[in-house]
Ligand binder design. Sequence first.
Ligand SMILES: [Zn+2]
Length: 380
Amino acid sequence: MKKSMIALSAIFVLVSQASYAAAQPDKVQTTKKATSLQKSDQDRHQAPTRKDVPAKDEIKLITEFKTKVDPAYAKKIQSAASYVEKVIIPNMVKNIGNPKKVKQTKIVIEQEHWDTPEKEAEAFDGGVTFFYSGTKNYVENQFRNVIIHEMHHILTADKHSLPDNLVSPWPHWLVEGLADYEMLNYAKQYGGEIFKALPTKKEIAHNPIDNSYLSGYQYAVPFIQYLEEKSPGTIRFFYNMKSGDDFQKKFKQRFKQDPTSIWFKEFLGQKENIVFEEKGKATTETKKVEQEIRRMIQQYLPTYIKMKNISAPFYLKTIFQRTSQEVTFQIITSDIIQEKQFKYSDLDKWLSDKIVKTETGQEVKVEDFLLNNLYISDDE
Ligand SMILES: [Zn+2]
C-alpha cells in the first residue's frame, strides 16, 4: 500500500553545528596538507621502529615532533601510540576493515593550531596531529583515546572523506558519534572511558536541541547505543554503507522512520513533536500564543498534521517569554536546525518569509522547504 512518508533530501549547512564543531577537540580535516618535516631533537626519541614486517591487520604509528616538548610528554604520547598500534588497531582493522589499505600513520605534534589555539588534535590525510599547547596536561590514556578516535576516521575515510563528485554516506553526527562510540568501547580495556562523560538521557531530554545527536561526539553515542539495541546489527549496517548510498533513504528502509523521528518520538519518549515551553506562569496571554502557533502550524504544515501518525521529521519548539513577549521558535530536522528569536507579532511573517540556504546554495522559504521535503514514497 502506498503510504506517505516524510523525508529530507537536502543537506543544510548549519551555523549551530559549525559552532560546536569548533568547540570540539578535533574535527575531521581532509584539506590540511602536512608541511615538510623539520627535524628536531625529539625525533631521536621516537619509539623504536618495529623490526618485524607488519602483519596485514597492523598499521604502524610513527610519531613526529615538529615542536619542542617536555620529555615526559614525548614519553606519554609515544607510549600511547605504541599501545594503540599493538593492542587496538589490529582489532579495529578486523572489525571495520582497512579499505584504503593504510600501512602507516603519522602522529605529528605541533605547537598549536594556527587558527584555534585551544584545539587539541585533529585528523588529516593519513595522520593525526596533536597540538602541544592544548594537550600539555594529558595523561597517557587521553592520548590513547584521541589516537583511537582519529584512527577511526582514518579507517572509515571511505564513508566520509570523498572526492567532490561523490556523495558521502555518513552524516557528520555519525562520523563523530561512531568514532567516540568505538573509542569508548576500546577505552574500557584500559580505563580511559572516564574522560568522556556521556550525557544522560534525562539531560538530553531536558534540552534535546543543544544536546542533539546531530552534535555528534558524545551526544550521539547514547543514540547509537539505542539504535543498536533497538535493531541489533545497526552499527554493522552503517559500516556496510558505500559511497553514493543515500543515508536517509537506507536508514528509513531499515527503521521506517528518519533518525530525528526516532530521536524525539522513541529515544526521548516524547509523544508530541511540537513542544511548547513557557517561561513563567501560563496566562491567558501565553495560552493565546500557544493556540495561535498551533493554528499556524496547521496552516503551513497540513501535510505534517495529516501524517502525524506516520513520521514527523521535524521538531518544533516554542518558548514564550512573558516579559518581552518574545518567542523562540526552533525547527529541527535531520539536516537543519533553525532557531529564531523574535517578537510574537513577527511570527506569522517569519514563517512565510524565512529563507534558508541549501547545500547547493539554493535559497528556499522555510515553509516551502518543509513542504518540499514531504514526499510520497512506496515504502510499505
Ligand atoms: Zn573526530
